[in-house]
Design a protein around this ligand. Structure first.
Ligand SMILES: Cc1cc2nc3c(=O)[nH]c(=O)nc-3n(C[C@H](O)[C@H](O)[C@H](O)COP(=O)(O)OP(=O)(O)OC[C@H]3O[C@@H](n4cnc5c(N)ncnc54)[C@H](O)[C@@H]3O)c2cc1C
Length: 429
């Protein structure tokens, strides 16, 4: 008997969807190249309310209430007027976010899902998925080692360069690149107990360097004298090289009188930000990076995995339990649940927005973000977590345009490259 579903992968997306499918009472098998218990390389951050909404706050290893960004001088006055600028900080560009941010304890998060997989009777297979054949009632996956696995539906959760899911070639893909250090420092690189989402100050760069693609500091106090600091490029195609990011990080720290004393861990981060949507007519279903689920404006995905896995699993269960439905039709139902029209339209808007931001020089970008975080908290939080309904997302974008300083407004108006084509997908996603 083929399994109901075969999941390919053992990353956050694979474990989230496998768990949700088991909860639906389906038989689930999973195929992974490496040991599913092997520790994940990445560390995952998330906004506090997102994890609270799932009742999973116990899975956080760290949580900060003092969450800030800094956009340096030349702020949009609206940010000051709306009180987004941190009072008494003595820094004209510091913005207090007023929302908790957390970092998952990655072992706890992984084990949380793995335990549910064990309890639900998930059967693991080891091997590198290499080929797939589709029949009317099932699909067969063959591994590089020659193993054949059959299931009524295959969910590809093999990451941003999926083994099976197809997506159209839509031009250059921008990568979020970052170089980070976990370690000890000669002085605190951020205030004790603080989390810094974006420090875009660039007073350590020469005027020529400020013409180069802007980068920001993402940083946090991990406690016990240990900090994580990471120089990040929001998105660029081709991505900013690690050497540049490392050099910028060390210069930024030195400018504030901070030296690295001990490197405990180095992070080299690169993932695609603006992948086009997959082909929604294919018989293999994607989830996670494989299904272009990274938020194109922020780079976050784990929050949406937690929210969307149960919806996708419910659609798959309904499809598989509907008498007479072939596998292609079940896949169609699944894709429609994962990428309904409203989410596809929002994805188009976010990709359009990112395309704009990637063109902004640093002063414009800093003014844009200062203005962005001057929006009411519910608006910028909903924008960043992809939880605003479409009309509210459009309203937030219009508000950003209307309240932006003229330099930013002109940048938003000026159509360049494929921007108009991306915007048109709002109507025809
Ligand atoms: C350094 C870094 C930091 C990030 N930080 C955050 C963050 O803080 N918050 C956030 O929300 N997002 C973050 N992201 C973005 C995104 O959430 C991650 O990239 C996430 O790991 C993607 O999850 P995934 O399960 O889709 O893919 P992956 O984590 O890449 O997992 C893919 C799985 O598929 C398996 N696999 C691949 N090919 C095959 C094959 N042929 N056969 C069998 N198995 C296969 C792999 O072994 C792996 O188990 C970060 C990304 C990176 C790179």
């Amino acid at each position: 008997m083929p399994a109901d579903v075969l999941v390919v992968g053992a990353g956050p997306a694979a474990l989230a969807i496998a768990t949700a499918l088991l909860e639906q009472g389906l038989t689930v098998e999973a195929l992974v190249a490496a040991d599913p218990e092997a520790p994940w390389a990445n560390t995952y951050g998330i906004w506090g309310p997102e994890v609270d909404a799932q009742g999973l706050e116990a899975l956080l290893g760290h949580r900060w209430s003092d969450t800030r960004s800094d956009f340096g001088a030349a702020l949009n006055p609206a940010a000051v007027a709306n009180g987004a600028v941190a009072p008494g900080s003595g820094d004209p560009g510091a913005v207090a976010h007023g929302i908790d941010y957390g970092l998952f304890d990655k072992t706890r998060l992984q084990q949380h899902w793995l335990q549910q997989c064990r309890a639900g009777g998930l059967r693991w297979h080891r091997g590198l998925a290499a080929a797939i054949r589709h029949g009317a009632q099932q699909s067969t996956v063959t591994t590089q080692e020659g193993l054949e696995l059959r299931a009524r539906l295959v969910v590809d959760a093999s990451g941003h360069q999926p083994v099976f899911v197809q997506r159209p070639d839509d031009g250059p893909v921008a990568g979020q690149a970052a170089y980070g250090v976990v370690g000890t420092f000669s002085a605190p690189p951020v205030q004790p107990g603080q989390f810094v989402l974006m420090d875009y100050r660039c007073d350590h760069l020469t005027p020529e360097e400020r013409l180069e693609p802007p980068t920001f500091l993402y940083a946090m106090d991990l406690g016990g004298g240990v900090f994580f600091v990471e120089e990040t490029s929001l998105a660029l195609a081709p991505p900013v090289p690690y050497d540049t990011l490392k050099e910028r990080l060390l210069r930024r720290l030195a400018h504030r009188g901070v030296q690295v004393l001990e490197v405990q861990h180095e992070e080299f981060c690169l993932f695609p930000m603006n992948l086009p949507l997959p082909d929604l007519g294919q018989q293999v279903v994607g989830f996670g990076g494989a299904a272009s689920m990274v938020h194109p404006a922020s780079g976050y995905m784990v929050g949406s995995l937690l929210r969307r896995a149960p919806e996708l699993a419910a659609a798959i269960a309904t499809g598989l339990r509907t008498p007479g439905l072939d596998s292609a039709s079940v896949a169609g139902l699944a894709w429609a649940a994962l990428w309904p029209l409203e989410l596809r339209r929002k994805h188009a808007l976010y990709r359009f927005g990112l395309e704009k931001l990637m063109r902004f020089p640093e002063a414009q970008l800093r003014a844009f973000f200062a203005n962005f975080f001057a929006m009411p908290t519910a608006q910028w939080y909903g924008f960043l977590t992809n939880t605003l309904p479409l009309p509210q997302l459009i309203a937030a974008m219009l508000r950003l345009f209307v309240t932006a300083p003229w330099g930013v407004r002109w940048g938003l108006l000026e159509p360049r490259g494929r921007e108009l084509a991306l915007l048109s997908r709002l109507l025809w996603p």
